[in-house]
Write a protein that binds this ligand. Structure first.
Ligand code: NAD
Length: 244
């Protein structure tokens, strides 16, 4: 279906994994899409791409304005760029905390600030943030990452309240463990990648990893006019892990 025909979308971290799958699905459904990424060199097909760093306010403002000019506005913003961290509070130093919060939390703040004027001018503007089950699951060895995603969840609810009367909806998805290049890198670093993959799959009641396409489908739903009455929610795409 071409239900996004005539719509324009920005996807941060759209060169890989969940962001790439989302950008491709939005484009396949008719949207004009610009990927903003640290390394957009592999992005091709119908997608526009711009190099941008969500930790650099000037870089993001310039890229958002240029993309809006090129596409004729921004109706949809997918704040997806994110990085991981492992360990307890004793394992990560202040610089690591500041780095992950800078990308995962302030990255959303900067990109949203730059895009909100366009979203407000749109009919049916929508922001979808890629949060994580880590925001609420209390996972071991993920203190910093969980705190960053907890902040994304709270920010999503607060932004939804701030912008609902301006016609801009704000929601997030909470994926479980998703089969992306990120998880591939984690597995490659494990002593026994196959055993580690099986352990990650077994942690989810469905017994398998979530696919990037499944998360992209959920993001597209929240970005679509079909979700016009939905704002300030977190949609779990986690193989049943929530609350377990
Ligand atoms: P990925 O590493 O495959 O892709 C992330 C993309 O973000 C990369 O293209 C990278 O270049 C880009 N990026 C990183 N820092 C950036 C910056 N400062 N500015 C601009 N772009 C930047 O990762 P993924 O698995 O697709 O994860 C995407 C999002 O999904 C992240 O927010 C992550 O926290 C979240 N998430 C992932 C999983 C999972 O299991 N893979 C689970 C829950 C949530």
């Amino acid at each position: 279906t071409a239900d996004f025909a005539g719509r324009t979308a920005l996807v941060t971290g759209g060169a890989s994994g969940i962001g790439r799958a989302t950008a491709e699905l939005l484009a396949a459904r008719g949207a004009r899409v610009t990927v903003l990424d640290l390394d957009p060199s592999g992005v091709d097909g119908p997608l526009h791409a711009r190099r941008a760093d969500v930790t650099d306010d000037a870089s993001i403002r310039t890229a958002v304005a240029a993309a809006a000019e090129e596409m004729g506005g921004v109706d949809i913003l997918v704040n997806n760029a994110g990085i991981g961290a492992q360990g307890t509070v004793e394992d990560n130093d202040d610089a690591q905390w500041q780095r992950v919060l800078d990308v995962n939390v302030l990255g959303i703040v900067r990109t949203s600030r730059a895009a909100l004027p366009y979203l407000r001018a749109s009919t049916g503007g929508a922001i979808v943030n890629t949060c994580s089950i880590a925001a609420t699951a209390g996972l071991p060895q993920r203190a910093l990452y969980s705190a960053s995603k907890g902040a994304v969840l709270s920010l999503t609810l607060a932004m939804a309240a701030d912008h609902v009367r301006e016609g801009v909806r704000v929601n997030c998805v909470n994926p479980g463990t998703v089969d992306t290049p990120w998880i591939g890198r984690l597995l490659d670093a494990a002593p026994d990648p196959a055993a580690e993959r099986a352990a990650l799959a077994a942690r989810q009641p469905t017994g398998r990893l979530v696919t990037a396409d499944e998360v992209a489908t959920a993001i597209c739903y929240l970005a679509s006019s079909a979700a016009g009455a939905t704002t300030g929610t977190a949609l779990a795409v986690d193989g049943g892990m929530q609350g377990l």
